[in-house]
Design a protein around this ligand. Structure first.
Ligand code: FES
Length: 139
């Protein structure tokens, strides 16, 4: 399988790996078929995502897409983060092989799941803002 240099870079040297113990939003998503799991932690002040970390138990592309997704939303506003699509993450990584596209979907879902958790903790209904985040699938 051919990976771009950027994918390899973010896989071998992922950015923002870890946990945020006092995170304002935590999202966990998984893909039932491959069994990979991604967990995203957000620190939010006002409208801005001041910190973002992830833990991914999954394939190289899942690690690379979560690393890139954290870089793309860190320091940005919540509304910018909500615009993040798996397509944008893939483009930022100079593409992914077709069988690895679902790994980037996991990254988008993880960000949205973390923002959903953030709104729930604020007592705000997240669905009108974030939309529906698929539940973690189990098989
Ligand atoms: Fe499933 Fe990559 S193979 S997330």
């Amino acid at each position: 399988m051919n990976y771009s240099e950027k994918v390899m870079d973010h896989f071998i040297n992922p950015r923002n790996v870890g946990e945020i113990p006092d995170a304002d939003g935590v999202g966990e998503v998984g893909n039932a078929k491959c069994g990979d799991i991604m967990k995203m932690y957000l620190k939010i002040e006002g409208e801005n995502i001041t910190d973002c970390k992830f833990k991914t138990f999954g394939c190289g592309a899942a690690v690379a897409t979560s690393s890139m997704a954290t870089e793309m939303i860190k320091g940005k506003s919540i509304s910018d983060a909500l615009q993040l699509t798996n397509k944008a993450v893939m483009e930022a990584l100079d593409g992914l092989p077709p069988v690895k596209v679902h790994c980037s979907v996991l990254a988008e879902q993880a960000v949205k799941a973390a923002l959903t958790d953030y709104y729930q903790k604020q007592g705000v209904d997240p669905e009108p803002i974030v939309g529906k985040v698929p539940e973690m699938e189990e098989e």
